[in-house]
Design a protein around this ligand. Structure first.
Ligand code: F6P
Length: 538
């Protein structure tokens, strides 16, 4: 069975939403709150450690009703079933999409081509656990017999962003190992990391689903060459491990068979941190914490799969996002975590959201004439308040934003936490209400300055308030966004799990690379030709 192929703009609910938008788009959130004292409660979902308040959105009960009708009309329920049951929903690549299996309990059954993949998943998890323990406890040693002090994760895209974001986010739970991430083909990146390493005590984790990625292989080779300057060839077996689906290439690189952690083609790169791709996470915070992360994600999976759409967090967030993207024509969304630990969260989400839903051909193979994937960006508060918040508050663009906060801080400095949380709460309130001319005057402003001090307000936000930044809650949060991506892809009638758009640039780069050593050049546009020659002239 394949995914439904409903053009969302041809549904009844879409037409209703368009008419409804024409009626309500100028309503002010302030008035919506004044008209309905129960609004905040009506538009809040409390689930587990999550308190999700979506009342500060430019929606009414009718909006939600029509959006939910849209979810039904595009057959979202069937699509969710198809995904969880291992159907080949990544049709353009001919693959199932089962990152949810990676975090399911051992007793679950997820079948690919009729075979339950859970035993394989748990075999790899067991291998990760044993390996993690040996490294963390110092039983596994480098080539001179010393315990490991440093771990270098070599990967890019999904083989870097997820592990890097999570290791940063769970810094509080970290052990004695120092972790480094090498991703960019920019040789200065790897060389800056090398400066911090001791070859005797460094473990290298090469992560590449395909094991063909230029950046990762180049960086791995550079690190191997540096390592072999002081270590014998046999030491590679002790200090290099790999995570990949391409066992043949990994072996050809010289990695010991026992040091290969397999993954599967039914795990997309940007959804892979739950697999052995997360080995560096497990090394950094211990397998137990890694497993808690997975358990949290599994809780969100269950919520997403079983909860009615009206109170289903990823579904509601996805629908609201479609509302702004396709009716208000908002171009981007901001994600603002009020936690310094989540400073790489938006960067991580950029791949998840934009590589998945940046598509312009529908599931029937036809060009699309409506907007799809949103642009995603953000930085932690309170820093971002002193950077781009001016534009959100008083600029001309509508930027719906997710505010993510944690009730409890990890180090327990309550004075800081209260200040942080006061900012967290104040910003969404300010974005909602704005400040009227009358209020500006009442504050004492006079004359020409008055218009500059007015805030229109009516800027939409979701507040995702979570009890505490634990591995489990982080797992839930990441999975929440993964499911939001899926729901939006279903509504927009696109394939979210391929990424052909990254190929063209790669192909051209490999052609251009060859031209650097030739006197002649291939055919290029005049601009590229000039630039290429400029580079070659040095
Ligand atoms: O950028 C394209 C991409 O294929 C991503 O989807 C993927 O996460 C990344 O490259 C790395 O791929 P690999 O894990 O195969 O090295």
């Amino acid at each position: 069975m394949s995914l439904p192929t409903v053009n969302p703009t041809e549904t009844n609910s879409w037409k209703k939403l368009q008419e409804h938008y024409n009626k309500i788009n100028s309503l002010h959130l302030k008035d919506l709150f004044a008209q309905d004292t129960k609004r905040a409660d009506k538009f809040t979902i409390k689930w587990d450690d999550f308190y999700v308040d979506f009342s500060k959105n430019r929606i009414t009960e009718d909006t939600l009703k029509y959006l939910l009708e849209l979810a039904d009309e595009v057959k979202l329920k069937d699509a969710i079933k198809s995904q969880f049951s291992g159907e080949i929903i990544n049709q353009t690549e001919g693959r199932a999409v089962l990152h949810t299996a990676l975090r399911a309990p051992k007793s679950a059954v997820f079948k690919v081509d009729g075979v339950n993949v859970m035993p394989e998943i748990y075999a790899v998890k067991q291998k990760m656990e044993a390996f993690t323990n040996e490294v963390v406890n110092g039983e596994r040693k480098g080539f001179t017999g010393k315990a490991f002090t440093d771990v270098v994760n070599i990967g890019i895209g999904g083989s870097d962003l997820g592990p890097a974001m999570v290791v940063e986010a769970l810094q509080f739970y970290k052990n004695q190992l120092t972790t480094h991430f090498v991703s960019n083909i920019d040789g200065d990146h790897v060389n800056e990391v090398i400066k911090k390493l001791n070859p005797e005590t460094t473990l290298f984790v090469i992560v590449s689903k395909t094991f063909t990625t230029q950046e990762t292989l180049s960086n791995a080779n550079t690190l191997k060459a540096w390592f072999l300057k002081s270590a014998p060839e046999a030491a590679i077996a002790k200090q290099f491990v790999a995570v990949s689906t391409n066992i043949q290439n990994v072996k050809a690189f010289g990695i010991d068979e026992n040091n290969i952690f397999p993954m599967w083609d039914w795990v997309g790169g940007r959804f892979s941190l739950w697999s052995a791709v997360g080995l560096t996470i497990s090394l950094a915070v211990g397998f137990k914490n890694f497993d808690s992360l997975l358990q949290g994600a599994n809780k969100m999976d269950e919520h997403f799969k079983n909860e009615g759409f009206k109170t289903n967090i990823p579904v509601v967030l996805a629908l609201i996002s479609v509302w702004y993207n396709n009716f208000f024509k908002a171009e981007s969304e901001a994600v603002i975590p009020y936690s310094q630990y989540l400073n790489q969260f938006a960067t991580y989400l950029q791949q998840g959201i934009m590589e998945s839903n940046g598509k312009s051909v529908d599931r029937n193979g036809n060009p699309i004439n409506y907007q799809t994937g949103t642009i995603i960006w953000g930085e932690p508060g309170s820093n971002s308040q002193h950077a781009f918040f001016q534009l959100i508050h008083q600029g001309t663009k509508l930027i719906p934003a997710d505010f993510i906060g944690f009730v409890k801080s990890l180090h327990g400095n309550q004075e800081h936490q209260d200040k942080l949380m006061s900012n967290f709460l104040a910003q969404t309130e300010a974005l909602l209400n704005g400040k009227t001319k009358a209020e500006v005057i009442a504050e004492g402003a006079t004359g020409d300055l008055i218009p500059f001090k007015v805030f229109q307000g009516n800027k939409p936000t979701n507040t995702i308030f979570i009890n505490k930044l634990t591995p489990e809650n982080l797992g839930k949060l990441i999975a929440m966004y993964e499911h939001k991506i899926f729901v939006q892809g279903i509504i927009w009638n696109i394939f979210s799990y391929d990424q052909f758009g990254v190929e063209l640039g790669k192909q051209l780069a490999s052609k251009i690379l060859q031209e650097f050593n030739k006197s002649s050049t291939n055919k290029h546009d005049a601009s590229t030709l000039n630039l290429l020659n400029y580079y070659k002239s040095y």
